[in-house]
Design a binder for this molecule. Structure first.
Ligand code: FAD
Length: 603
């Protein structure tokens, strides 16, 4: 078949922070760059990020530095992180943030004009550079403004459905235009995946429709390895009412600014259970916690700012014990700070403008006057494409990955704010090394039969037309199953049921039918997403079954404690020779003594 064909040295799939930063870097290295995204430029997930970017700039607390950030990230990830990535991230994040400022990002300011930083869960000192609670918007705006001057070719509303290979090497990608439904073929000397997360595999999620695990699946189908897929982050605070907005994020910045969690008895239940490894860093009482949020360096963090995995489980515990709010969550109250700060209502609106509008418009709640109702929501995946820490190349030559679809830096749990810094640190690295790799390649031979096969499969739902089941029924059934059986609290029995349930769902997905034509047809797009959602769901479930312990975002009520034997390994998923999914463990390389010492010093 003939396809509209484009050729670039480096093809970047995804135009969030990671993709844009990679494209800028590759372009600056003098290679031609194509950037593909599923929706319009500027609408990537990154734009939704609220609370801020973690970087040890030490503008608000001069005790901060890369070592503290590194130790916080490792402790948060419960030491199964790729320590080299955590090291590079902590060391390079400040430069990447200052670079954004130089490119025009207008951050909130300290009184003496430096970038302001706020408190966030698991970060020892105020570390999150921010723009109110609209940080992602500023990040995307800045990268786009900078990027458009680099001569990058942007292909918007184009969804990649297959990577193309020449032998072992990735040499291009194949996809369709959402608007007209026409196929497009991209030849490239190197491909960077920057496709974001998988949230749409679950029923309750803060993620938008685009996050169907495409990059994870494209890599897996091309023979790459995925790692840490059992570690899914359930953010403690999503909206729960009204049902139409269930799952929408309520930023951790609310707690960073002094918001407190209470059950229906009015009790601050987070004081009831403090994990041992955070006890020394956590406030003894409410007064100390409040002073911490107001910048008192002698105070320790309130327990609401413990890591997300722990806060989510405490919320679930309250709800299960019958101490939840009327709509099945708990209360998050920022309005109480009016008693402590002058012009309290205006202060809240200034610090949390999006949250104020979100609750006012979607739930008719004025957060300056009354508490919000919140509950956990699927937010982020720590697992993803297994990459080399320095270069971001996957286990398949020519295929790179960065941002949320790559893995390693976060281990078992991501600290808030560490994703925006991850995407700019490793986006830059992926762009740099993909450009280097591309320059060293001579040919880009793409064999069209691979594309023909992908096109034929993509069009099958039309052949079944309305005689097949609709794709949304299959999607809902999958989301429901993952939410119920592979969610915040897991066990062998339920996960085995999920695994058994995936095979019939895949059969149903292979038989879905779609009516109408190829021009802007969301039903068709949903049908094509199913393969990705099913693949990541299987990877999550198989890895979670293997990890017979509780760690970070992965909590099992049949193995409720951490087991040292699992503290030295990661689980990896790869397509076996028979086409089935293989799961195996790999040993985490020994950490150098210097880094071990950093962790010890910060205890
Ligand atoms: C509501 C919300 C608030 C958040 N707040 C914060 C915060 O304050 N701080 C923080 O650090 N993190 C935050 N996060 C997490 C953070 O925003 C994301 O993890 C991060 O932005 C991911 O960036 P990325 O570049 O990897 O991918 P994304 O920004 O998710 O971009 C993915 C890109 O890939 C494209 N794409 C996907 N599939 C395909 C395909 N098949 N073909 C072509 N293109 C494709 C998409 O169109 C998009 O352009 C938040 C997340 C949410 C949902």
């Amino acid at each position: 078949m003939d396809y509209q064909t484009h050729e670039h040295d480096v093809l970047v799939i995804g135009a969030g922070g990671a993709g844009l930063r990679a494209a800028i870097e590759a372009s600056a290295a003098g290679v031609s760059v194509g950037l593909v995204c599923k929706s319009l430029l500027g609408k990537a997930h990154t734009v939704m990020a609220e609370g801020g970017i973690a970087a040890a700039l030490a503008n608000v607390d001069d005790r901060d530095n890369w070592k503290v950030h590194f130790a916080d990230t490792m402790r948060g990830g419960q030491y199964v992180n790729n320590w080299r990535m955590a090291e590079l991230h902590a060391k390079e994040a400040p430069d990447r943030v200052r670079e954004l400022e130089a490119w025009g990002a207008v951050f909130d300011r300290t009184k003496d004009g430096r970038i302001l930083q706020r408190n966030f869960g698991g970060h020892r000192y105020p570390r999150l550079a921010h723009v109110g609670d609209r940080t992602g918007l500023e990040l995307i705006r800045t990268l786009q403004d900078h990027g458009i001057h680099q001569g990058i070719d942007v292909h918007m509303e184009c969804t990649i459905i297959r990577l193309l290979k020449d032998g072992d090497r990735v040499v291009g990608a194949f996809g369709y235009e959402r608007e007209r439904g026409r196929f497009k073929l991209f030849k490239a000397r190197a491909v960077i995946l920057a496709t974001g997360g998988i949230g749409r595999a679950y029923k309750i999620t803060s993620n938008s429709w685009e996050y169907t695990g495409d990059g994870h699946t494209l890599a897996y189908d091309a023979g790459a390895e995925l790692v840490d897929m059992e570690f899914v982050q359930f953010h403690p605070t999503g909206m729960i009412w009204p049902p139409s907005v269930q799952g929408i994020l309520v930023t951790e910045a609310v707690r960073g600014e002094g918001g407190v969690l209470k059950n229906k008895e009015g009790r601050r239940f987070m004081f009831d259970e403090i994990p041992d490894n955070y006890r020394a860093q956590t406030a003894d009482n409410e007064e100390e916690g409040w002073r911490y949020t107001q910048g008192d360096k002698a105070a320790r963090r309130p327990p609401e700012l413990l890591t997300r995995d722990h806060v989510s489980r405490c919320i679930v515990r309250e709800i299960k014990a019958g101490r939840g709010s009327p709509h099945g969550g708990v209360f998050l109250d920022i309005s109480w700070i009016k008693a402590r700060v002058p012009n309290g209502a205006d202060h809240i609106k200034k610090k949390l403008p999006s949250m104020y509008h979100q609750f006012k418009q979607l739930a008719d709640i004025d957060i300056t006057q009354e508490p919000m109702e919140v509950g956990p929501t699927t937010h982020y995946i720590m697992g993803g494409v297994r990459v080399d820490a320095d270069t971001q190349m996957s286990t398949v030559p020519g295929l790179f990955a960065a941002g949320e679809c790559a893995a390693g830096i976060n281990g078992a749990n991501r600290l808030g704010g560490n994703s925006l810094s991850d995407i700019i640190v490793f986006g830059k690295r992926a762009g740099e090394y993909a450009a280097k790799y591309a320059k060293a390649q001579t040919s880009t031979a793409v064999d069209t039969p691979q594309a023909d096969e992908a096109a034929r499969r993509a069009l099958q739902p039309f052949e079944r037309s309305t005689s097949g089941e609709g794709p949304y029924q299959v999607q809902y059934a999958l989301q429901e199953m993952m939410q119920d059986l592979v969610g915040i609290v897991r066990n062998e029995n339920e996960m085995q049921r999920a695994l058994d349930g995936l095979a019939p769902l895949r059969d149903r997905a292979n038989r879905v039918g779609v009516g109408g034509h190829r021009e802007y047809n969301p039903g068709w797009h949903a049908a094509l997403d199913l393969h990705n959602l099913l693949t990541v769901s299987e990877a999550i479930t198989r890895s979670a079954l293997e990890r017979r312990e509780s760690r970070g975002g992965h909590f099992r009520d049949d193995y409720p404690t951490k087991d040292a034997r699992f503290g030295t390994i990661n689980f990896v998923v790869r397509k076996g020779r028979d086409g089935q999914m293989d799961v195996f463990s790999v040993a985490i390389p020994e950490m150098p003594e210097t880094l071990k010492q950093v962790i010890k010093d910060m205890e």
